[in-house]
Write a protein that binds this ligand. Structure first.
Ligand SMILES: *[C@@H]1O[C@H](CO)[C@@H](O)[C@H](O)[C@H]1NC(C)=O
Ligand SMILES: *[C@@H]1O[C@H](CO)[C@@H](O)[C@H](O)[C@H]1NC(C)=O
Ligand SMILES: *[C@@H]1O[C@H](CO)[C@@H](O)[C@H](O)[C@H]1NC(C)=O
Ligand SMILES: *[C@@H]1O[C@H](CO)[C@@H](O)[C@H](O)[C@H]1NC(C)=O
Ligand SMILES: *[C@@H]1O[C@H](CO)[C@@H](O)[C@H](O)[C@H]1NC(C)=O
Ligand SMILES: *[C@@H]1O[C@H](CO)[C@@H](O)[C@H](O)[C@H]1NC(C)=O
Ligand SMILES: *[C@@H]1O[C@H](CO)[C@@H](O)[C@H](O)[C@H]1NC(C)=O
Ligand SMILES: *[C@@H]1O[C@H](CO)[C@@H](O)[C@H](O)[C@H]1NC(C)=O
Ligand SMILES: *[C@@H]1O[C@H](CO)[C@@H](O)[C@H](O)[C@H]1NC(C)=O
Length: 456
């Protein structure tokens, strides 16, 4: 080997050492020195009262708690520092020994190949999300939910063009002034900003409507008070979950919502404090499995007969909605294919009146029926015995009268039965309970029923 060759070899060795790799015979693939130092620098800023990061010593940072490296390149690709001990109210983060706290130091930027970062369920005392968080070009997953972070969310997060999952569920005072940075997250599939305060004119909908891959959006309790009534073009082609519960829209339910044909879950409960109508376009929601419109106190609506078009609807909730309709229309509304798929029907506190239709027995897939706290009168139809997969039945707090049909005893899957606070009378015999072997909860109080059962 000539001098040049030796120099080259030497250079090569220096290079490998700089990469922090072990060169002795039984070399284990250690981690890359720069990244190890980045992690140690980050750790220095953290408070770790329970010493969760005690394994962060030695050369091979790939074996440290919460750290994962790419097998091929040795780069740190994942940092998962989620608090593994979920807290309760008593040991809420400031008092929770398992929470990490302190500072989020920019030395983390040494992890250039990071694609997964989870700091959720810790408590950083209300510090802001650092702007450098927007610099992880490869990041696919960012979870800062319930991490005790506060203040305005930096627009720099909009630089995370590979991001697919963004979870910013807020436990302090995170807020967003202008959501347009979200529209740059062109790979985003999942967004949860529960309890983040959206300031007025945050353009939340315009931003979301620019995301071609978005599947799930949770904006629960975001203090959003306007939902645009028109949208020039509904871009959402893959949106499946939209949770907008607990905002307070001062408008009616916009028709474009029902043009999102991929929607399976729509939660609009606790929102509208003006009189709203359910637009007839609701029939476009051919994939809807869950619709929650509860607690919209002034819902001024006859459920459009179009609802019959919701072929895949599996759950339907209208509790606490001031529908004030007569159950004569019930027949009309729930004919169509909906009866073949509906699994949950919840219309409690909805000012329903009228009788239960015989048609009820046709809802063969129904697992849970809750029509409690309405003004439903008349008998419980014998057809109820055909609901062979029914697990929960709550008709309490109505004006049901007459006797209870013996067919009730055929509901072999029934776990919970509540008929309390009605005007039911007559005798209940062992026939009424013949096959109810799975029954766990039974409430019949405040009726005029006579129970005629054997002692066993
Ligand atoms: C790395 O290796 C481990 C164990 O051999 C394996 O479980 C894991 O899937 C590998 N990861 C990658 C990214 O190849
Ligand atoms: C936290 O640690 C302190 C001291 O070890 C202990 O007294 C306290 O009970 C712990 N708190 C919780 C919530 O575990
Ligand atoms: C983020 O973390 C929280 C709590 O640790 C967890 O419940 C949630 O599912 C995570 N989000 C995503 C998108 O994985
Ligand atoms: C990241 O985003 C911020 C704010 O949107 C911007 O000022 C900055 O130039 C961006 N940085 C890079 C490296 O693109
Ligand atoms: C629909 O999305 C594309 C890019 O994803 C965007 O250019 C366009 O402006 C969006 N349309 C509306 C009405 O927001
Ligand atoms: C909703 O769909 C209907 C029928 O397909 C269409 O005429 C209307 O323009 C759509 N509205 C929006 C806002 O996309
Ligand atoms: C709804 O609230 C927004 C913002 O506060 C306001 O600009 C708008 O005029 C309100 N609309 C109605 C119908 O009250
Ligand atoms: C819809 O939101 C309300 C209000 O938070 C909640 O009670 C209900 O469980 C939600 N529905 C579903 C299916 O999660
Ligand atoms: C049940 O109540 C309705 C309406 O109040 C009444 O017309 C009917 O006669 C009652 N039926 C029985 C069996 O009491």
């Amino acid at each position: 080997m000539d001098l040049k060759g030796t120099q080259l070899l030497l250079l090569f060795f220096v290079f490998l050492c700089a990469q922090g790799r072990k060169l002795n015979g039984d070399s284990i693939p250690g981690c890359i020195l720069i990244e190890r130092n980045a992690l140690l620098g980050f750790k220095e800023g953290l408070k770790d009262p329970s010493n969760r990061l005690s394994s962060w010593v030695g050369d091979d940072c790939c074996t440290w708690e919460g750290v994962a490296c790419d097998n091929r390149t040795g780069h740190v690709v994942k940092l998962d520092l989620r608090n593994p001990h979920p807290f309760s109210f008593i040991d809420y983060p400031p008092n929770n020994n398992w929470s990490l706290g302190g500072e989020l130091r920019p030395s983390l930027l040494g992890l250039k190949h990071l694609n997964y970062l989870d700091l959720s369920m810790n408590y950083f005392g209300g510090i802001r999300i650092p702007e450098f968080m927007g610099s992880f070009r490869q990041l696919k997953y960012l979870n800062l939910s319930n991490a005790g972070l506060g203040g305005l969310i930096p627009h720099h997060l909009g630089n995370l063009s590979s991001l697919q999952y963004l979870d910013l569920v807020n436990d302090l005072d995170l807020s967003i002034d202008n959501a347009l940075w979200i529209s740059h997250l062109s790979s985003l599939r999942y967004l949860d900003m529960t309890d983040v305060k959206f300031r007025e004119d945050a353009h939340w909908l315009q931003a979301l409507n620019m995301l071609p891959s978005i599947v799930e959006v949770r904006l629960f309790g975001c203090q959003i008070n306007t939902i645009p009534l028109s949208l020039p073009h509904v871009n959402f082609t893959s949106l499946s979950v939209l949770d907008l519960a607990f905002n307070s829209f001062n408008t009616t339910i916009p028709g474009w919502l029902f043009n999102i044909s991929s929607l399976e879950y729509l939660n609009l409960s606790f929102n509208f404090n003006i009189r709203v109508i359910i637009p007839p376009t609701i029939k476009n929601l051919a994939s809807l499995k869950f619709l929650d419109l509860s607690d919209n106190l002034f819902l001024d609506s006859r459920i459009p007969t179009a609802l019959g078009g919701l072929c895949k609807l599996q759950h339907f909730g209208l509790s606490y909605s001031n529908i004030n309709k007569n159950l004569h229309e019930f027949d009309e509304v729930f004919t169509g294919c909906i009866k073949n798929s509906l699994e949950t029907l919840k219309m409690s506190h909805a000012l329903l009146s009228g009788c239960l239709p015989d048609l009820l027995g046709d809802f063969r897939m129904l697992k849970s029926l809750d029509l409690s706290s309405n003004s439903i009168f008349g008998p419980l139809p014998a057809s109820i015995g055909r609901l062979s997969v029914l697990e929960r039945l709550d008709l309490s707090n109505n004006k049901l009268n007459g006797t209870i049909p013996e067919s009730l005893g055929r509901l072999a899957e029934l776990d919970s039965l509540d008929l309390s606070s009605n005007l039911l009378d007559g005798v209940m015999s062992e026939e009424h309970f013949a096959y109810l072997t799975k029954l766990n909860n039974l409430a019949l109080s405040q009726n005029q029923l006579v129970l005629n059962l054997g002692s066993d």
